[in-house]
Design a binder for this molecule. Structure first.
Ligand code: HDD
Length: 683
């Protein structure tokens, strides 16, 4: 184990160490342990003769290879994960829950988090417009708790019965298997138009939330209403939130699309590199809690998963912090084999009657059985609890546990009736004794039938730029639909939300302008706008264009200043190797104009260089123009200023020019923290 690993080690990491194997420096063997003498050539009858069946090494190697793939997840196939720790700040949640990982500030709970897109296959690009999964496995001392959430606080449908329909509609269409990784096609929008409970979530997906800048800059939500249960058996309703320390930020659509080609691994690379750099991403856990007697105090049903609890009405209480600090050793063994389940709860956390949640409680174990080949997936290292587990479940495919002894049933006398259930005091899980009465009925509650009020709330809460982006999102996706009726139906649906939304979309689609509609709801929720998030420059990537003959002292000072504040400047020039300053120093070049692209950076610093030729300056200008077009900060010194001036953008917002590093660097960092300068133009 390296020292680095030790510094972020926790109980889960220690457990995983028992399963790691270190092959480097070892002799090669078969899986049976026999050392092999040759690994390039199969055993043949003569140098030019046929291969022999008795070549056990060839047979084993080939057989194993032939079976290397497992089914990908039916949704959320493309994902990336990392380990970390969670702790609460104090014991204030004791009033609400007996879960010790939420109440004991002395406790550090190991976690594994997997982020994902929903629609695309395992090999699809990261930056498609889609919902992102945010699934957290807490390895608590009382068993695993999985918070299997998304970066959007609501869902498309209200009842799990419709999940297969939703997924069939959004996945690539069956007759031609297109499109991959996105929802811009007829069947998805036909589903939305004909299942209008999806209206609210479609707003979120078409807004900037559908194209996050980074997993590190996304919120996470448990979505459903859950219950917290305290030592006295009293319950409160709760919603779970993850609030990213770096704020909530997004790409722009043109950038997201191009990144799908320039770096299809953009988000996973970002997470992997951040953790390797020691920029450990952090989220605070927030809880919205309401009393049971407040259940009917709202103008929506708290069991309806298409509704948020506006944060201004039910404040989010910050209770603890999650930090991701360790990349996996093996993506297949850990991330791919991770099996989450909203039904993995611990004492102190219970379910509500949200019909979407209730259905999920069935689906997740079921899917793992076919994906991971049997019911023993809990034994896989990434899925194993860090606390002991004992019961009478036995056998089945891929069993690795060796249960000793004669007895595998309850009740028994031969083993003193053990393993035995634990009392509540001993930590035995006792389901909250909610009183339930009703007729068996297949129906939607009346209280679930308002599909638009919160879509309006969301629209009202967006800034003008966010509204523009949302209009573009709908216009793009519907513009890709071929069926005019589907387009028309969605425009009709949008008239229930706002004519300011429906009309420009109709115009872009060449559909008759809706005359009537809109809503008289004026309420807004500032917490829903990304304009009100936190803005930070730290961890941002800055492309630095440098040519031979640059001002060595100045550029080195700026680079040092950026690094000091936690930014990551990376040098771009016409060729790899080193770039020579006019005054002596050399800079190691990390990217060329060929291998880098403005899309890969949060900001650009044009450092200049006296000895650049026309071809160099042309490429630098292409970089500048695209950075500018995507509204990103641009800094320029020396010849870099002339490059920027020649584009006629030097007085635009977010373009920082300077001579003295002491004056230039802080201003440029401030601009980087702004993320984007929307005033330049609306994309
Ligand atoms: Fe789901 C995977 C999140 C509704 C059935 N879901 C899956 C993952 C996330 C979510 C993050 C990936 C977990 C991982 O990284 O392995 N799902 C949600 C959220 C939902 C939701 C936030 C609504 C609030 N899901 C939902 C419903 C059903 C499913 C209603 C079915 C009744 N989800 C699945 C699944 C998956 C899954 C088919 C595919 C792979 C897996 O479970 O392990 O069972």
């Amino acid at each position: 184990m390296s020292n680095d690993r030790k510094s972020t080690s926790n109980r889960k990491d220690e457990q995983l160490e028992n399963y790691r194997t270190y092959d480097q420096g070892k002799k090669m063997t078969t899986n049976q342990g026999q050392k092999v003498s040759e690994d390039e050539f199969s055993l043949k009858a003569g140098e030019r003769g046929p291969t022999l069946m008795e070549d056990f090494h060839f047979r084993e190697k080939m057989t194993h290879f032939d079976h290397e793939r497992i089914p990908e997840r039916i949704v959320h196939a493309r994902g990336y994960g990392a380990y970390g720790d969670f702790h609460v700040y104090d014991d204030s949640m004791k009033e609400f829950t007996k879960a010790d990982f939420l109440t004991d500030p002395q406790k550090t709970t190991p976690v594994f988090v997997r982020f994902s897109t929903v629609q695309g296959s395992k090999g699809s690009p990261d930056t498609v417009r889609d919902v992102r999964g945010f699934a957290t496995k807490f390895y608590t001392d009382e068993g695993n708790f999985d918070l299997v959430g998304n970066n959007i606080p609501i869902f498309f449908i209200q009842d799990a019965m419709k999940f297969p329909d939703l997924v069939h509609a959004v996945k690539p269409e069956p007759h031609n298997e297109m499109p991959q990784g996105g929802s811009a096609h007829d069947t998805f929008w036909d589903f939305v138009a004909n299942n209008q409970e999806a209206a609210h979530m479609s707003m979120w997906a078409m807004s900037d939330r559908g194209i996050p800048r980074s997993f590190r800059m996304m919120e996470g939500f448990g979505v459903h209403t859950f219950r917290l249960v305290n030592e006295r058996g009293e319950a409160h309703f709760v919603k779970f939130h993850w609030k990213p320390k770096l704020g909530v930020h997004s790409l722009v659509w043109d950038e997201a699309q191009k990144l799908s080609g320039k770096d299809i691994d953009f988000h996973r690379r970002d997470l992997y590199e951040a953790i390797e750099n020691g920029d450990y991403p952090e989220w605070e856990l927030g809880l919205q809690i309401i009393r049971e007697d407040q259940e009917f105090d709202f103008d929506f049903d708290i069991l309806d998963p298409t509704k948020v609890w506006p944060e201004e009405d039910v404040p989010v209480q910050i209770v603890g912090k999650l930090m991701l600090n360790r990349n996996v050793d093996n993506v297949f063994a850990e991330t791919e084999q991770a099996a989450f389940h909203p039904g993995h709860v611990v004492s102190g956390i219970d379910f509500s009657n949200d019909p979407l949640l209730q259905g999920r409680l069935f689906s997740y174990t079921d899917t793992q059985i076919s994906r991971l080949g049997g019911p023993n997936f809990h034994e896989l290292p990434v899925n194993r609890p860090v606390c002991p587990f004992h019961n009478n479940q036995r056998d089945a495919m891929h069993r690795t546990t060796i249960n000793t002894g004669q007895v595998s049933y309850h009740k028994n006398s031969l083993a003193d009736n053990t393993p035995e259930p634990a009392s509540e005091e001993e930590g035995g899980y006792v389901h909250y004794q909610e009183k339930v009465e009703g007729h068996k009925i297949r129906a939607r509650s009346e209280s679930f039938k308002d599909h638009f009020s919160q879509a309006v709330l969301f629209w009202n809460s967006l800034s003008d730029v966010e509204k523009e982006h949302t209009i573009s999102g709908y216009s793009f996706e519907l513009g890709k639909c071929e069926n005019r009726s589907v387009q028309q139906q969605i425009v009709d649906m949008l008239t229930n939300i706002s004519l300011d939304l429906a009309r420009p979309v109709a115009e872009n689609l060449g559909i008759e302008m809706p005359q009537e509609g809109g809503s008289n709801i004026t309420k807004s929720s500032p917490a829903l706008s990304q304009k009100n998030t936190s803005f930070k420059a730290e961890t941002r990537k800055v492309g630095v264009i440098v040519g031979d003959g640059f001002n060595g002292k100045e550029v080195n000072d700026v680079i040092a200043g950026l690094r000091k504040e936690g930014l990551h400047p990376e040098i771009i020039s016409s060729a790899l190797g080193t770039c020579k300053a006019a005054d002596g120093p050399e800079l190691e070049v990390q990217h060329t104009f060929l291998t880098a692209d403005s899309l890969l950076f949060d900001a650009l610093y044009c450092a200049g260089g006296q000895n650049t030729d026309e071809a160099f300056r042309k490429k630098a200008k292409d970089f500048i123009n695209e950075t500018f077009f995507h509204c990103k900060p641009i800094g320029a010194t020396h010849e870099g200023k002339a490059w920027v001036e020649e584009q006629g953008i030097d007085t635009a917002p977010g373009v920082i020019k300077g001579e003295e590093p002491d004056a230039f660097t802080p201003g440029f960092i401030e601009a980087v923290a702004c993320h984007r300068f929307w005033d330049r133009q609306v994309i």
